[in-house]
Design a protein around this ligand. Structure first.
Ligand code: SF4
Length: 395
């Protein structure tokens, strides 16, 4: 039963605040921070601000005061995820690949699929999560920028999520024992650090994030809410299939609170059938339908937490759906206030393809931005008990 609620062992997450302090205290390291989309609209609650207030600039300033040499945005990597995942989907459709395609940006869902539905793993997008894509890109780009060896760049990821702690430990996201993401702090843990350091968060002046990995579009920002990954992919697919810019970028058909939603989107001559689910009970439902051949769908977005990442277990404690809705509204406001709403328009994403990745889904893109999965069915009992615990992290 525990495994159904918490497939990643997130019930027993390890607090990593002291590990983050150790990195910051070591002058040999260039320690940088990266902030997930949903964090910015949950953070202010701990300081008495209205639910859904975007405090990206204040978090950035606070992180600089804590000693991070640069502050970036995981949303940059969410933009990369959109490009890679939408391209993968379009290739599966045109080349007769395995369909429907499931999203893979939620590590709790990925681990759930590995444990309970290994027969569906070919349906999962091979794209890494934005956190894991960020780690790979940062380790590729920052050593040159800072003129230090790769292992001296340390990445601290600020996440709404306890499952991301498990994800960062996966051996496929390390090279020669050097983890791409060294420490994962939840929103609550960063709040603890800021309060512990005596920083007056309410009074602090906002600061801009650093380039190039701090630049994002609105498509990446809405990754933090259920339906956001689908909407971002649809924005990309529209331009790719029609060659035109969207007059209205908001796909309201995939938005909402229902735990299981269906939508059919017409793009040019094509119809894309989408299912959006959040919470693992609804993931279970759609998986059973796919297994039975009754799903009648092309693209399936799964987020394990109710409401998506805005309702993540690492966010400040909230009461009920209204809080989630207001955080989601905060992310949609951020999207509306941005100049760019489609991931492929991010100039630093374009630059990454020009200078490092080549084309979407290229060999290099697969090396840095994609992953593989393994059945955990046989080891699930042992795995569920220890993952995320001290013992697991020491293994
Ligand atoms: Fe993490 Fe929850 Fe978001 Fe999944 S939905 S990535 S478990 S916060």
């Amino acid at each position: 039963q525990c495994a159904r609620i918490c497939p990643t062992g997130a019930i027993i997450p390890k607090n990593e605040v002291s590990k983050a302090w150790e990195l910051l205290d070591n002058p040999e390291y260039k320690t940088v921070a990266t902030i997930a989309p949903a964090v910015r609209v949950g953070f202010g609650e701990a300081f008495g601000m209205p639910v859904g207030t975007d405090v990206t600039g204040k978090i950035t300033a606070a992180l600089k005061q804590l000693g991070f040499v640069a502050v970036f945005d995981t949303t940059f990597a969410a933009d990369l995820t959109v490009v890679e995942e939408a391209e993968e989907f379009l290739r599966r459709v045109t080349a007769g690949g395995t369909l429907p395609q499931f999203t893979s940006c939620c590590p709790a869902w990925v681990k759930y699929a590995e444990q309970f539905y290994p027969e569906l793993l070919p349906n999962l997008s091979s794209c890494r999560s934005p956190q894991a894509m960020f780690g790979a890109m940062a380790k590729e780009m920052l050593p040159k920028l800072f003129d230090v060896p790769r292992e001296k760049v340390k990445i601290v990821s600020i996440m709404p999520c306890t499952a991301k702690k498990f994800e960062a430990q996966r051996p496929e996201f390390s090279r020669d024992g050097d983890r791409e993401t060294e420490v994962v702090l939840t929103t609550q843990e960063l709040i603890q650090m800021i309060k512990g350091a005596g920083i007056d968060f309410n009074a602090i002046e906002p600061e801009a994030m650093d380039l190039p990995l701090g630049f994002k579009t609105g498509a990446g920002v809405i990754f933090g809410v259920t339906g956001g990954v689908s909407e971002a992919a649809l924005r990309y697919a529209y331009k790719k299939l029609t060659g035109k810019n969207l007059a209205n970028v908001e796909f309201k058909e995939v938005r909402g609170d229902d735990g299981y939603r269906r939508a059919e989107i017409t793009i040019g001559d094509n119809k894309v059938r989408v299912v959006v689910v959040h919470s693992l009970s609804n993931a279970h439902k759609i998986c059973e339908e796919v297994k039975a051949g009754k799903a009648d769908v092309d693209l399936i977005e799964v987020m394990a937490c109710p409401g998506g990442c805005v309702g993540g277990a690492g966010q400040p404690v909230y009461v009920g759906m209204e809080t989630r809705k207001q955080r989601a509204a905060g992310l949609y406001r951020v999207d509306r206030n941005m100049q760019l709403h489609s991931s492929e328009d991010n100039p630093y994403v374009k630059e990454a393809y020009q200078n490092i990745l080549g084309t979407p889904n290229s060999h290099k893109a697969h090396e840095l931005l994609h992953t593989h999965y393994q059945s955990r069915k046989r080891i699930q009992d042992e795995d569920v008990l220890v993952s995320g615990s001290d013992e697991a992290q020491e293994k």
